[in-house]
Design a binder for this molecule. Structure first.
Ligand SMILES: NC(=O)c1ccc[n+]([C@@H]2O[C@H](COP(=O)([O-])OP(=O)(O)OC[C@H]3O[C@@H](n4cnc5c(N)ncnc54)[C@H](OP(=O)(O)O)[C@@H]3O)[C@@H](O)[C@H]2O)c1
Length: 274
């Protein structure tokens, strides 16, 4: 396993399990199976309404809490100081945990003062309920606002990032400012699996197109959280550490021209540019 070192110096496993839509008993067994197959990083959110399933999956696995890295996210209408404290308490209760490794603002919200949100995040760090804080779906100009306020150490920005949505400019900005990028929908929800260039490179390594798409992110030091409820695909998505893409192959993938955003809950958010 490779790790990303966060601003706090805590190590985050570079590959995690996305859990959107993994609920109930199926969700629990998917999470337990992933942990038993080596996953140590789990990504959930209050909005996924699956904290109970994720928590039970953790409890069913044979792995100690301290060996896991657990992320959750705060809904965009709960970003005031008080709401953030309540969101954290609810997350911990539902997951059955005493702390979160990472707590993210799920989506920005212009109606709630950013300073209030950042003060809320900083307070959670002070109380020890969360080890790291960050944001999700923040463009460069939004990150600049956060950094200018300088009220909470933002360790992570989690964004849609895959072969069909290359976030090179955002990556440069984050690297320069010690913010670790986490790629969500790293397989473009399956829409990149038949890509010709990925297929050609995959054949060379006897790997799948999904594995090439994930490896491409890892070699850019971008963490990835693919979701799968199938133990076979979970294992395959984790089997990325015995090969490396060459700089030329990375460049070929960088040059793929297809542009696709699969998540559009707040479509206006990205119209103002990167
Ligand atoms: N911060 C945010 O706003 C945000 C937004 C979206 C997602 N996320 C996070 O990111 C995670 C991943 O994103 P995502 O769930 O949107 O999409 P994804 O991981 O790109 O794709 C998941 C889909 O691909 C299939 N799949 C997985 N591995 C495969 C493989 N090796 N071969 C073929 N198909 C495969 C899965 O089906 P099977 O289950 O049948 O394998 C599932 O339908 C989410 O679960 C969530 O934790 C965050």
């Amino acid at each position: 396993m490779l790790y990303s070192t966060l601003l706090s110096k805590q190590k985050m496993p570079i590959l995690g399990l996305g859990t959107f839509d993994l609920r109930g008993e199926e969700g629990t067994s998917s999470v337990a199976s992933a942990i038993n197959h080596g996953y140590r990083h789990l990504d959930t959110a209050l909005g996924y309404e699956n904290h109970d399933a994720v928590g039970q999956g953790i409890a069913q696995s044979a792995i100690a809490r301290e060996e896991l890295f657990v992320t959750s996210k705060i809904p965009r209408d709960e970003l005031s100081f008080d709401d953030i404290q309540r969101a954290c308490e609810r997350s911990l209760r539902e997951l059955g945990l005493s702390y979160l490794d990472l707590f993210l603002v799920h989506w920005p919200n212009n109606d709630i003062p950013l300073a209030d949100t950042l003060r809320g995040l900083a307070h959670l760090l002070d109380t020890g309920q969360v080890k790291n804080v960050g944001v999700s779906n923040f463009t460069t100009w939004r990150l600049r606002e956060v950094l200018e306020l300088d009220m909470a150490p933002i360790a992570v920005n989690q964004v849609e990032y895959h072969v069909y949505l290359n976030q090179e400019k955002l990556r440069s900005y984050c690297t320069a400012n010690d913010i670790t990028l986490v790629a969500y929908s790293p397989l473009a929800q399956g829409k990149l699996l038949k890509d010709e260039i990925l297929t050609e490179i995959a054949a060379r390594y006897e790997k799948t197109t999904a594995q090439i798409a994930l490896r491409w992110l890892l070699q850019k030091e971008v963490a990835a959280i693919p979701r799968s409820q199938s133990p076979e695909r979970q294992i395959a998505n984790f089997d990325l550490f015995d090969f490396s893409l060459s700089p030329k192959e990375i460049e070929r993938i960088d040059d793929i021209e297809e542009i696709l955003r699969v998540i559009g809950f707040w479509p206006g958010e990205f119209e103002k540019g990167e």
